[in-house]
Design a protein around this ligand. Structure first.
Ligand code: 6PG
Length: 483
């Protein structure tokens, strides 16, 4: 703890002035908050001040001690550095300089397990630690992101109004809320990213089908996405898909999408979401298939070694252009709802596992603006949870059920066409399999239970009476009641 002789004038501070940090600082400053700024390399601070210093009240410091001393109590310092080890070092530096009740806010894409650990450590030192999900990329950070803070309600009381003032606003409401304690904010941001992966993969599959089915150029397909964006699929990702598909490469004159290497990269949040889905036992098929699809695209040696494999594919026969486009739209809509339904189920399960009481309807509301998965149908998700906060299966809610049921014939047609034509549709087809699995009256899991009991005496339950049973498979095959 310190006693530094500097006038504290800043309402909030930002450590780490790469694009995201500097944009967040600029957003805060342009909303009337006095913002202390600090970067390990002072040159970056200087260049930010030179370029944007006139946008608001900034308090730059060359030294982290001066930075902390420039913050009004209780101090609020946002960290916007690359997630990982660097974060721990900065947290430590700040915590050493701060006083009881001060607040450290991590706005990076941290793993929620790390956030839970850090919150505990920092709380033990008398400070608050707020893991905060921020979505919207560079543009969002500057002009209005969706903000998902975790941590204590006391820290939100100090921080929340500032965040609410800089977040995106939809229907006059800020896209920011206190999500829950410790790692809850980073957790929902992680799932947000998982849904983002699923959404992007599904859009990719729709594009692949349209391109091959219609034999159309990317610019023509852009118009289909632009049209879809006027309807129930209205969303940021559909909108930018049209933009990407329209783009021409200046060098070759070709569609840019045709000269971009087809290997999708990732920084890991989708993988974390899938791992956590497995840990919680939530069937997170849409998101997980999307993560695997990126991995497959980047499996260079395997793809190169696949040349001798014969797909026995049939030509895609599209007789009615518009009917085909409508089929793909239906399949995309239904599969997207599956991905959201699974993601929300995961957040609900996480609430039980990690002790959070996350309001799923309000979460859908703060994702309506600013973030990458912002979409018109988040209003329907909000409504569904408002009607039934304990909704077991989002996709079966009245907000969606008629639309999904109406989409099913198209969904099946599209998956069958893809299978016959050899077009990989992992997310479309696994979403349809999930749909069929979840609505099946009886699943072959009964057989799996029998097999488990056969080789491992793992026991099974019966449909017609209470208790646990085992069959003497290698003996006289009589059944024993175990409990
Ligand atoms: C956002 C984005 C942002 C980023 C992710 C995904 O919500 O603003 O999700 O956080 O784009 O890191 O990136 P990868 O595709 O590289 O995992």
């Amino acid at each position: 703890m310190t006693a530094i002789e500097t006038t504290a004038t800043a309402d909030i501070g930002v450590v780490g002035l790469a694009v995201m940090g500097s944009n967040l600082a600029r957003n805060l400053a342009s909303h009337g908050h006095a913002v202390a700024v600090y970067n390990r390399t002072f040159a970056r601070t200087e260049s930010m001040m030179a370029d944007h210093g006139d946008e608001g009240n900034f308090v730059p410091s060359e030294d982290i001690k001066d930075f902390v001393a420039s913050l009004k109590a209780p101090r609020v310092a946002i960290i916007m550095v690359q997630a990982g080890r660097g974060t721990d070092a900065v947290i430590d530096q700040l915590a050493d300089l701060m006083d009881e009740g001060d607040i450290i806010v991590d706005c990076g894409n941290a793993n929620f397990h790390d956030t839970i650990r850090r919150e505990k450590d920092i709380r033990a030192r008398g400070l608050h630690f707020v893991g905060t999900g921020v979505s919207g990329g560079e543009e969002g950070a500057l002009n209005g992101p969706s903000i998902m803070p975790g941590g204590t309600p006391e820290s939100y009381a100090r921080l929340g109004p500032m965040f609410e003032s800089i977040s995106a606003q939809v229907d006059g409401e800020p896209c920011c809320m206190h999500v829950g304690s410790d790692g809850a904010g980073h957790y929902v941001k992680m799932v947000h990213n998982g849904i983002e992966y699923a959404d992007m993969q599904l859009i990719g599959e729709a594009y692949d089908l349209l391109r091959r089915g219609l034999g159309a150029e990317p610019a023509e397909i852009a118009e289909i996405f632009a049209e879809w964006n006027k309807g129930r699929l209205d969303s940021y990702l559909i909108e930018i898909t049209a933009e990407v598909l329209r783009q021409k490469d200046a060098e070759t004159g070709k569609a840019l999408v045709d000269v971009i290497l087809d290997r999708a990269a990732q920084k890991g949040t989708g993988t974390w979401t899938a791992q956590n889905g497995l840990e919680l036992g939530v069937p997170l098929t849409g998101i997980t298939e999307a993560v695997f699809a990126r991995a497959l695209s980047s499996s260079v040696a395997q793809r190169e070694g696949s040349g001798t494999l014969d797909g026995h594919v049939k030509d895609l026969q599209v007789e009615d252009r518009q009917a085909f486009i409508d089929d793909v739209e239906n399949a995309l809509y239904a599969s997207k709802i599956v991905a959201y339904s699974q993601g929300f189920q995961q957040i609900e399960a996480a609430g039980e596992e990690y002790g959070w009481d996350i309001d799923l309807g309000n979460l859908a509301r703060i994702w309506r603006g600013g973030c990458i998965i912002r979409a018109a149908f988040l209003n329907d998700i909000d409504e569904a949870y408002k009607k039934d906060p304990n909704l077991p299966l989002l996709m079966a809610n009245e907000a969606f059920v008629d639309k999904i049921n109406a989409a099913v014939p198209s969904w099946r047609r599209v998956v069958v066409m893809g299978v016959e034509a050899g077009i990989p549709l992992p997310a479309f087809s696994s979403s349809l399999a999930y749909f069929d699995g979840i609505r099946a009256e009886r699943l072959p899991a009964a057989l799996i239970q029998g097999q488990r009991d056969f080789f491992g005496a793992h026991t099974y339950k019966r449909v017609d009476k209470e208790g646990t049973f085992h069959t003497e498979w290698s003996g006289d095959r009589t059944e024993t009641t175990m409990s």
